[in-house]
Design a protein around this ligand. Structure first.
Ligand code: ADP
Length: 243
């Protein structure tokens, strides 16, 4: 299980994360919500060490980094390997086919043999109904299809958790629905997920846990039912503002 304790991060003089502690339960979907600029993306990126916190602890089972103490690249890489990030704008490699995009990391980073990697990629593509595009290039696919491929790419390395940073914010509503349906299925299948989103319908449908970040702090940390029935005036105001 992934745990964080008192994570702090500043950019220059601006303290963006002011000491966040929580756990991200395994096989559950944690949704991170909150106003723009509150630190959600910085928190998510900290989990993948794309952002290096200044202070605090990230722990995954027996792996632990205390950012106040030296740690080895080996530990950092081992922790990084537990997660796989899906970006807002999918970031597929334009010069590689869909199949190559998905098998790149398994083959060249994880040293999985090519036949096995291709087979697994076809299975993922079949599951999302996109296997017919295996040999196409990203530019031949719609944004929603490309984002679904980028989720397959994240799953292909078999991470413990997939991390998603507003995965549908660049999509029109119809494509957003396709991607959210895929994510809801993954959530139902027990894939551990941590997702930053403004989509409250997704949170209602799929979240097990909600973290409400405001001004670099976790102002709410609890179940979906607690969140949507909370008496916290600030959460109510937030929900009212985006509905
Ligand atoms: P959110 O995801 O909630 O919109 P972010 O984590 O993206 O918030 O950003 C929180 C604050 O940190 C913002 O004020 C943003 O401008 C600032 N910030 C984020 N990343 C950087 C960076 N690499 N350098 C400087 N400031 C940053």
């Amino acid at each position: 299980m992934l745990k964080i304790k008192d994570i702090k991060k500043s950019f220059g003089k601006k303290e963006v994360l002011k000491g966040i502690s929580t756990i991200f339960p395994e096989k559950k979907t944690t949704v991170i919500v909150g106003p723009s600029g509150s630190g959600k993306t910085t928190l998510l990126r900290s989990l993948d060490l794309l952002v290096k916190p200044d202070f605090g602890i990230i722990e995954f089972d027996d792996l632990k980094i205390n950012f106040s103490e030296p740690f080895t690249n080996k530990t950092a890489n081992a922790l990084r390997d537990k997660t796989s990030m899906v970006f807002q704008n999918w970031n597929l490699f334009p010069n590689l086919t869909i199949l190559q995009n998905i098998t790149e990391a398994p083959i060249y980073v994880q040293k999985v043999n090519k036949t096995t990697a291709n087979k697994q990629a076809h299975e993922l593509l079949t599951e999302v109904g996109l296997d017919e595009y295996a040999d196409a290039y990203p530019s031949e696919l719609s944004g929603g299809q490309q984002q679904r491929i980028s989720i397959c790419r994240a799953l292909a390395v078999k991470p413990e958790y997939i991390l998603l940073d507003e995965p549908t914010s660049a999509l029109d509503p119809e494509m957003e629905t396709q991607v959210l349906e895929m994510l809801e299925r993954l959530s139902d299948q027990g894939q551990s997920m941590i997702m930053v989103t403004h989509n409250m319908q997704f949170a209602k449908n799929a979240a097990d846990k909600i973290l409400f970040i405001e001004n670099g702090k976790a102002d709410f940390d609890g179940t979906k039912d607690e969140f949507f029935s909370t008496s916290s005036p600030r959460v109510k105001e937030f929900l009212h503002g985006i509905s």
